[in-house]
Design a protein around this ligand. Structure first.
Ligand SMILES: NC(=O)C1=CN([C@@H]2O[C@H](COP(=O)(O)OP(=O)(O)OC[C@H]3O[C@@H](n4cnc5c(N)ncnc54)[C@H](OP(=O)(O)O)[C@@H]3O)[C@@H](O)[C@H]2O)C=CC1
Ligand SMILES: O=C(O)CCC(=O)C(=O)O
Ligand SMILES: [Mg+2]
Length: 738
């Protein structure tokens, strides 16, 4: 029977790479009776899916009828045969969402504008649909299992042989992390475990006793952990002002690191507080104008400039902003050549990628002159900031890490069913006045309650019992399989973590742990021990909650192997199937700019190669296993022979690396002796590819160095992509004839 792998079409670099890689994958998989079918979960496809009713019947996007592929895959995760390869996708900030809407409209798709200030019921409905697409809208739907992320041994070996630089560090480095000391999410957290199944609704009770329902009742399962907490806006503003002063005094760059994409409700509001405080006088002086043109600081300085464009007061306001920048502490830059600051776009600086990049750069970020400079990294909430502080302190004391000798850090992350903060969006509210926000059960009893004032950010999180049980199981299994010590990172000072720890202690008793080293430590102790071990070349498994999973699986891969793109990232679905994420990083937008400018794509598809091998293994048929084993060997050859993309024009790029994957994979299939049919099938393919190696690789190289038109950024044209991503007919012919 034909087996199926769903392969996702996403955005930016991984989407471009797919245009070249997928035809190879499909051709090889077909020989084992495996159908690799695409599902489009890109940002534009997701927008079209929610507005399908507004499109004419039979509307087509990227060569296929418009369907809700994310909903399809989300439901499919519950099928025990699910086998999904998931590439990184854009978690859109509002500026990105608006840009994608504009491109769709330009291409004739009649989707509505994003209503900034919805007034009518219709506008509110449109806004609600867009808010579903916004931010991290894909991963929480598909991640119906916990997370197993690690560097494949071959990748680790490669990094040891070809170490990148992790910068230089010593005690004199002025870079540091600054967090609030009170009134943050960390300080205000309360948590309970539900003794019985129940429901909860969220209400605001004003000072005068008026009750307003913020969210209707939703079910709670027995054993579920429920938290509530609040970030006090006035304290946050005061803290930001102090940190600006301090950065200026210390003569370091001022930078802010948040996760406005994944934390799509809370973090843009915090980002907005930074914009408002940095440009306090400007926002006060031009309050009326900003109201008139619809400025919302949560969307950043970039959006403000767009709204000012062509306004009679444009020059005056820009001068005031320039003056504020000149007066304030030096701002960290995203792109100094274009004048794009840390405060321009909420999704430009994303903490999981930005902090490791800074650590690798000896604690430096870019200043306005395009030079590296030490920085203050402001991370307001203390819940997770401590691990970066500990890393920086460790590097100051012990020097930079050395990729040629350091150990590896694997991660087992609690992620399933919207665990913890990453599932909190529908339970996050900005308080509209002074009073109480509370969670109330079916009997009317108050489960959790927080005092709030206008502007405070109230947030509730859930973590269900079954995922926690599954996470403990996964941790024990990984510790056994990898033969490494595993540490649960749980903070005794956090109410939520104390509830989790009670469960972990109970569930660990269900296993025979003899011969294993499994411990529970606070995040600061855990990272210290993990780094001390890594420095000595020793390996450790970090067993963490959802946010730390995200942070650590960029931090350690970037330190160890230079990028998280090369990670194996498996989600064993709780219903029995598997989702294979490719790498643990993002969609690398900077690389798209390079591709468009010079037809050079430096996306490294190694994450895809490893995900594919794991996916084929899961298919499990004898032929699929042969394909998987041959692919494993091909992957090693890719690394041994250095056939991963180089950074700069003129080198082997993404397409060249795909050629070598095809060649090595075919060679391995041709020489294996387990399946003679496959060997016979691939012998001529291997021969043809080997014979044409020089011709194809030099034709791919010759194609580089020109500017590229693919029809748009979000809305691209399939024929144009084919032309640019599969430019060598001789290569295409061999693949298409398999
Ligand atoms: N799983 C998912 O779907 C995820 C999606 N995202 C989304 O991705 C977008 C960008 O995120 P951002 O945080 O900037 O991080 P990215 O990982 O996209 O970019 C940071 C840097 O990582 C390096 N990099 C990442 N992947 C590769 C690769 N395959 N090959 C080579 N280099 C790579 C490059 O760094 P260098 O130049 O230093 O080599 C790149 O400039 C956002 O929209 C975000 O929401 C982010 C994380 C995960
Ligand atoms: O879903 C997202 O927005 C980002 C996911 C991410 O960063 C990760 O899983 O590492
Ligand atoms: Mg991440």
């Amino acid at each position: 029977m034909t087996k199926k792998i769903y392969y996702t079409l996403t955005d930016e670099s991984p989407f471009l790479a797919t245009q070249s890689l997928l035809p190879i994958v499909q051709a090889y998989a077909k020989t084992a009776d495996i159908d690799v079918e695409t599902k489009n979960i890109s940002l534009p496809a997701r927008i079209l899916a929610v507005f399908a009713d507004k499109l004419p019947a039979g509307a087509v996007f990227f060569g296929k009828p418009v369907t809700d592929d994310l909903a399809f895959l989300g439901a499919f995760t519950q099928d025990p045969s699910a086998n999904i390869i998931k590439l990184p996708n854009i978690s859109a900030s509002l500026p990105q969402l608006k840009a994608a809407i504009a491109e769709l409209q330009k291409n004739g798709y009649d989707v509505p504008n994003y209503p900034d200030a919805p007034a009518t019921e219709e506008e509110k409905a449109i806004r609600a649909k867009y808010d579903k697409v916004k931010g991290s809208a894909v991963n929480p739907v598909l991640r119906q299992g916990n997370s197993d992320r690690r560097a494949p041994q071959a990748v680790k070996n490669y990094a040891r042989k070809h170490p990148h630089s992790d910068g230089t560090w010593n005690e004199s480095v002025k870079t540091h992390v600054s967090s609030m000391q009170a009134d943050d999410f960390y300080g205000n957290e309360t948590s309970i475990t539900l003794p019985e199944a129940d429901t909860f609704k969220i209400e605001f009770v004003s000072e005068s006793g008026e009750v307003k329902e913020l969210r209707a009742a939703k079910p709670l399962l027995k054993g579920e952990i429920l938290d509530s907490t609040v970030m006090r806006m006035k304290s946050l503003e005061k803290f930001i002002a102090e940190q600006m002063e301090d950065a200026k005094k210390q003569g370091v760059l001022f930078s802010v690191h948040l996760k406005a994409t994944m934390m799509k409700v809370s973090d843009p509001v915090m980002f907005g507080a930074f914009v408002r405080m940095f440009f306090k006088d400007v926002f006060t002086k031009y309050a009326d104008l900003f109201k008139e043109i619809g400025v919302n600081e949560n969307n950043g300085l970039g959006d403000l400039f767009k709204r000012l464009d062509g306004h009679p007061k444009e020059a005056e306001v820009k001068a005031a902003i320039d003056a504020a920048i000149a007066q304030g502490p030096s701002l960290a830059m995203v792109d100094s050549t274009k004048g794009i600051t840390n405060l321009h776009v909420p999704s430009d600086v994303i903490i999981d990628a930005s902090m490791p990049a800074m650590i690798r750069n000896s604690g430096c970020m870019w200043n306005k002159d395009g030079k590296l400079e030490e920085a203050k990294a402001v991370i307001p909430d203390r819940s997770y900031a401590g691990i970066y502080k500990a890393t920086i302190d460790f590097c100051k004391k012990n020097g930079a890490f050395d990729p040629s000798t350091m150990g590896t850090v694997q991660n087992v992350g609690l992620m399933a069913q919207g665990a913890e903060e990453y599932g909190s969006h529908d339970k996050t509210f900005i308080a509209t006045g002074k009073g109480i926000i509370r969670a109330v059960n079916s009997k009317g009893d108050v489960l959790l309650s927080q005092n709030v004032e206008a502007g405070d950010i109230y947030r509730m999180c859930q973590a269900k019992d079954a995922p926690i049980r599954d996470w403990v199981k996964l941790a024990v299994n990984r510790a056994k399989a990898a033969n490494m010590p595993a540490i649960f990172w749980l903070d005794p000072n956090r109410a939520h973590d104390r509830e989790v720890q009670k469960k972990v202690e109970v569930y660990l008793k269900e296993y025979d742990l003899s011969g294993l080293s499994i411990s529970i430590k606070s995040p600061t102790d855990a990272i210290f021990e993990t780094m001390t071990r890594a420095k000595k070349g020793e390996d450790t498994i970090s067993v963490t909650g959802n946010v730390m999973r995200d942070y650590l699986t960029d931090l350690f891969p970037i330190l160890e192997v230079g990028t998280s793109a090369k990670m194996l990232s498996i989600v064993p679905l709780m219903a029995g199937g598997g989702m294979f994420e490719t790498g643990a990083g993002g969609s690398a937008p900077k690389q798209v700019q390079q591709f468009l400018a010079e037809n050079y794509l430096r996306w490294d598809s190694l994450g895809e190669y490893f995900a594919l091998a794991a996916s084929l293994e899961q298919i499990g048929t004898p032929k699929a296993k042969v394909l998987a084993e041959a692919l494993d060997k091909a992957n090693e050859k890719i690394l041994d022979n250095n056939r991963t993309p180089e950074r700069k024009l003129g080198g082997l790029d993404n397409r060249g690396s795909h050629f070598y994957l095809a060649m090595y994979w075919a060679q391995e299939l041709a020489v294996q002796t387990t399946d003679s049919e496959l060997a016979a099938k691939f012998a001529p393919v291997a021969e043809a590819l080997t014979k044409s190696e020089q011709e194809i690789v030099s034709a791919l190289a010759k194609a580089q160095g020109v500017s590229v038109d693919i029809g748009g950024y979000y809305v691209t044209q399939p024929e144009l992509l084919k032309k640019w991503m599969r430019p060598v007919e001789a290569f295409n012919r061999i693949i298409d004839n398999i």
